[in-house]
Design a protein around this ligand. Structure first.
Ligand code: AMP
Ligand code: GLY
Length: 417
């Protein structure tokens, strides 16, 4: 099978890595990709948001499967454009991707499906905003209704900051009850009817150690979660994932692709914080490190509506940890164009247990330079989280990137340290 992956971050590198290890994959392409993906896939400089261009490329390459990584192309209808030319595509339709594209839509689906989530108001005027903030009290949770690349959500105890963000959103704003408790990311593969959960992971959203600093796209992740209730996946399947997929099916806009449930484990039970319509980044790096089942067939079954034929997934006993190396000034105004050194040393000394997945990187002559806020996702496996952590940080220490930053506490608590 020839597979074309759309996107160019560490999530797509993780997808390409797994696909390149799948014996059923005879050719692997990526658009636009990055310097690391270029080592396992052939790169095409096509605009990921241009559905017609992606469909044309998939046709020219005779792809048997297209996998769309990021949310923006899904919300722009790229999966629909690919399916329109008769090529199976892993990724939901534009309409179903609204589950991520509009928080108000997601709340409406959850209400209809009886899915537990924070109480919320959708506000459009300053008066409604004030009433909602007043109704919930501090800490305030204010969310831009639309896609905002992780920057649309403000959680603060400062009423003025909460109001300011709500007014700055400009359009529809969702104001929500504060949900207390550890967060879990649980992904499910679905063809619109059958739902197959993957293994839970935890992401670290804040920039600095100890969950300080601004929200980011994610600074690291680990899996499995030794502290989680063993019934967590069954509970979320029964109360969140299956009812949501069923509700979208009932509405005539079935969701086929990856359904990402961002959950808070509160004292009153599991609550959905958000849905995403694609694999999470950096959680995918650790989830795929543990998945033993070949990836291409699984994604193809989801794309073709035959997921019921997929045998039960197989997982490695290993634990996995990923540490994000970000550029100077991330997430505010990340500096780019800095050379990255030490990648060869990791490959020579830490493989196969540790490896570097590229996020914002590109080739510049013989050098590889930073090209985005999150630059690398250094990933390692081990017999437990402590070993995976040690291996990941040993590899991180070999990387030289001027001004770079990373958290030093990824999976520390979960590893019992
Ligand atoms: P989201 O983009 O909806 O995932 O929000 C980004 C982050 O903001 C989440 O990972 C949480 O850490 C935090 N957050 C969002 N909604 C809530 C909430 N209702 N209560 C507490 N924290 C939240
Ligand atoms: N790691 C959070 C996300 O992918 O949205």
């Amino acid at each position: 099978m020839k597979v074309l992956v759309i996107g160019g971050g560490a999530r797509e590198h993780a997808l390409c890595r797994s696909l390149s290890l799948d014996p059923d994959v005879t050719a692997l392409y990526c658009a636009p990709g990055n310097a690391g993906i270029g080592e396992v896939a052939e790169l095409y400089p096509v605009d990921a948001l241009d559905g017609e261009a992606v469909a044309r490329l998939a046709t020219e390459l005779e792809a048997g499967l297209v996998v769309v990584g990021p949310e923006a192309p899904l919300v722009a209808g790229v999966a629909d454009a690919v399916r329109a030319v008769g090529i199976p595509c892993f990724g939901p339709s534009r309409e179903a991707a609204e589950l991520e594209g509009s928080k108000a839509f997601a709340k409406d689906v959850m209400a209809a499906a009886g899915v537990p989530t924070g109480r919320s108001y959708v506000c459009t005027t300053p008066e409604e905003i004030d009433e909602a903030l007043d109704a919930f009290g501090a800490p305030y949770v204010v969310k831009d209704d639309g896609l905002a690349a992780g920057k649309g959500v403000v959680v603060t105890s400062d009423l003025e900051k909460a109001r300011e963000h709500a007014l700055a959103c400009g359009g529809r704003v969702v104001i929500e009850e504060f949900l207390d408790g550890p967060e879990v990311s649980l992904f499910a593969i679905t063809d619109g009817e059958t739902v197959v959960p993957l293994t839970p992971a935890q992401d670290f959203k804040r920039a600095l150690d100890g969950d300080e600093g601004p929200n980011t796209g994610g600074m690291g992740a680990y899996s499995p979660l030794p502290w989680a209730d063993p019934k967590l996946v069954d509970d979320v399947m029964a109360n969140v994932l299956q009812p949501t997929v069923d509700e979208l099916h009932r509405r005539g806009t079935p969701f086929a692709g990856l359904l990402y449930a961002g959950l808070a484990i509160t004292s009153r039970g599991v609550r959905v914080i958000e849905f995403n319509a694609r694999f999470g980044d950096p959680e995918t790096q650790v989830v795929l490190a543990r998945l033993q089942t070949p990836l291409a067939g699984l994604l193809l079954h989801a794309a073709q509506g035959t997921l019921d034929l997929e045998p039960p997934l197989r997982w490695r006993d290993d634990a996995a940890v990923t540490v994000v190396v970000a550029s100077h000034n991330y997430p505010d105004t990340p500096r780019t164009g800095d050379p990255i050194e030490g990648l060869d040393e990791v490959a020579a000394q830490d493989a196969p247990h540790a490896y570097v997945l590229h996020a914002g990187t590109k080739r510049d002559g013989d050098a590889i330079v930073s090209a985005g806020g999150r630059v690398l996702s250094v990933t390692a496996t081990g017999q437990d989280l402590a070993q995976a952590r040690e291996r990941a940080y040993r590899a991180v220490a070999r990387i030289r990137l001027d001004g770079s930053q990373h958290r030093t506490d990824i999976a520390r608590k979960a590893a019992g340290e």
